[in-house]
Design a protein around this ligand. Structure first.
Ligand SMILES: [Fe+2]
Length: 119
């Protein structure tokens, strides 16, 4: 579905921003930018998951519940990010966020979300 694909694009964009932040040696204090990326990631995924779930329901997607659980776990993982830890090791934190998003794209989007399109 085109709309869902477009929303996934935005996740790629956020991952790209995290990568650029990680490799930017000119910013010495990245804390505010990291918090901004995490905030945007959460806000965007909440919006995106909601529309994806509505779409799944509308087409009677059979794996709706297990798919929704994966979405909920993703949000939980974002909520569990320790903001105090970020400041003490900023680059490592950006790396972890980046891995988290790339992993999600790789495992969830390319498997679960693909099933919606094929159903
Ligand atoms: Fe999904």
């Amino acid at each position: 579905m085109k709309q869902i694909d477009e929303q996934h694009e935005k996740l790629f964009e956020i991952a790209d921003r995290a990568y650029k932040l990680l490799t930017n040696d000119f910013i010495s204090d990245k804390y505010d930018k990291i918090i901004e990326i995490i905030g945007e990631l959460k806000e965007y995924t909440l919006f995106h998951f909601k529309s994806e779930e509505e779409y799944m329901l509308s087409i009677g997607h059979r794996r709706f519940l297990s798919h929704k659980v994966e979405h909920e776990n993703f949000i939980k993982d974002i909520d569990n990010i320790d903001l105090y830890k970020i400041d003490s090791n900023q680059d490592q934190s950006v790396k972890e966020i980046l891995e988290f998003v790339v992993n999600w794209i790789d495992i969830h989007i390319l498997n679960q979300d693909k099933l919606i399109v094929e159903s």
